[in-house]
Design a protein around this ligand. Structure first.
Ligand code: NAI
Length: 452
């Protein structure tokens, strides 16, 4: 029987939405998910995963180009950017098909269209009104477009791209200017530098990579400078034209020629045009405010993922979605943000979790910071030619437990969850020293660092 009445209506089918649908239907709820573009959201379709596909191709290309360093001789190496994009598209198709199939298996009703909240228990999609005992808002985020002269026109004429369009361009730009040296900017600068673009990153702060530990972001900057990326730090973009970017540096206006411009200055929660004001959902700075059960100020209305602006990461969205569903089911569950890992998929990779030295000191915590070169790991020595990676651990002196771990060096992305586990479970330093790590691995660096 077709019904318009559900136990739970979810707006948005990205990581928060589809995971919540899976968990809630698994627990026996009758779930409707409304998605206006594509299941999988930004992460699967035009963010995390497609960018990893491109970066992996670049890594293979880089290895082939520098294979002599590893005693391997190959002929001339070329990159077929179109084939890279085709491979990326196939990966996205497979992943999205996987989500669709999960929704089918779980008997989740999926409706295509824009869902507008019309009441505390109702959502309209086109002319059809659906009612739900609970609502979960997972409408995600979108790129910030600043009111810089020429940007709007250059988005229309295709010179200025966001993370969405850059993944699909078919020609490698000769000159790529990246506005914003954050996560997206650095990952895309990495890919296009590897495949032959001349890349310039313009960043308004004195450092790249946002909240990353400053010693680590300095090492990352040096790596990419040595690879040929140009960084313009402390610079403010003032105008973009079809073939250049103007920016202010120390009071002077400079012009940087550009074939394409990537705009990556951050993302903003998508809270407009979905009827939040109809039921009075409280927002601050465009983000939905939730408590640590992901409940908004309105009973039975929850929000998870980028839309609450707390930690714009897909893995945070997953956990927030679970917390929301558990609370809907009457199980007490609370979201904790102190051990959410983050990764930058550059080469070398950056992995971080918990407090930095700076943030710990700002909170007045009594910490000891221990730093060791990655070269203390035998596997790292065997596999890397450059060797300037580091492991930095922030230790709470009073509790003798770990507050933060910051890594730069390959495999950091795969190692960092172990550090998150140590922080989340408040393992003591003495206990971690007793753990047996596999040898030889790069993760041994954590144990090694703690022995000072
Ligand atoms: P971001 O917040 O990471 O970095 C933006 C950068 O732009 C900052 O360094 C900022 O100082 C700079 N900036 C801001 N306005 C500027 C201006 N007018 N001129 C020059 N520089 C300016 O934002 P990004 O890179 O766009 O990423 C958006 C979101 O996507 C982030 O929340 C990130 O966590 C998430 N993301 C995560 C990934 C991962 O976990 N590996 C990969 C891609 C995105």
């Amino acid at each position: 029987m077709i019904t318009n009445t559900f136990d739970l209506i979810i707006l948005g089918g990205g990581p928060a939405g589809y995971l919540a649908a899976e968990r809630a239907s698994g627990a026996g709820l009758n779930v409707l998910i409304v998605e206006q573009r594509f299941l999988g959201g930004v992460c699967l379709n035009e963010g995390c995963l497609p960018s990893k596909a491109l970066l992996h191709s670049a890594k293979v290309f880089d290895y082939a180009n520098h294979s002599e360093q590893y005693g391997v001789k190959v002929g001339s190496v070329t990159i077929d950017h179109n084939a890279v994009v085709e491979r990326k598209n196939k990966i996205v198709k497979t992943l999205v098909a996987g989500i669709k199939s999960k929704m089918r298996q779980n008997k989740v009703t999926v409706v295509e269209g824009t869902g507008i909240i019309t009441g505390n228990n109702s959502v309209k999609v086109g002319d059809i009104e659906y009612t739900g005992k609970r609502l979960l808002i997972c409408t995600g985020s979108h790129p910030v477009v600043p009111p810089i002269k020429g940007v709007a026109e250059c988005i229309t004429n295709g010179t200025v791209l966001t993370n969405r369009e850059i993944l699909d361009i078919r020609e490698i730009p000769k000159k790529l200017v990246v506005i914003g040296g954050g996560v997206i900017g650095l990952e895309m600068a990495s890919y296009f530098n590897s495949v032959g673009s001349s890349v310039t990153v313009i960043e308004m702060l004195p450092h790249i990579a946002g909240q990353t530990d400053k010693e680590i972001s300095t090492i990352l900057l040096k790596n990419y400078t040595d690879k040929g990326v140009t960084f313009k730090m402390n610079c403010k973009v003032t105008e973009v034209t079809e073939n250049s970017v103007a920016y202010e540096s120390e009071g002077k206006t400079e012009i940087q020629p550009a074939d394409k411009v990537l705009l990556s200055i951050g993302r903003r929660p998508s809270t407009e045009g979905i009827g939040l004001e109809t039921i009075g959902v409280y927002c601050e700075k465009g983000a939905i405010i939730t408590d640590d059960t992901m409940l908004t100020n309105i009973p039975n209305v929850y929000a998870a993922g980028d839309v609450n602006g707390k930690s714009m990461l897909a893995h945070t969205a997953y956990r927030e979605a679970e917390v929301a569903v558990n609370n809907m089911l009457g199980k007490k569950d609370f979201m904790r943000y102190n051990a959410v890992p983050s990764v930058i998929y550059t080469t070398p990779e950056v992995g971080a979790v918990g407090e930095t030295e700076e943030s710990a000191k700002q909170k007045g915590l009594d910490v000891e910071v221990i730093t060791k070169p990655m070269m203390y790991s035998g596997r790292y020595v065997a596999e890397n030619t450059r060797g300037d990676g580091i492991c930095k651990i922030v230790v709470d002196k009073k509790q003798n437990s770990i507050l933060g771990v910051h890594l730069i060096g390959n495999y950091a992305s795969e190692i960092i969850y172990g550090a998150a586990l140590m922080i989340e479970t408040q393992m003591t330093v003495d206990y971690i020293k007793e753990l047996v790590f596999p040898h030889p691995t790069v993760c041994e660096i954590i144990r090694e660092t703690l022995f000072k």
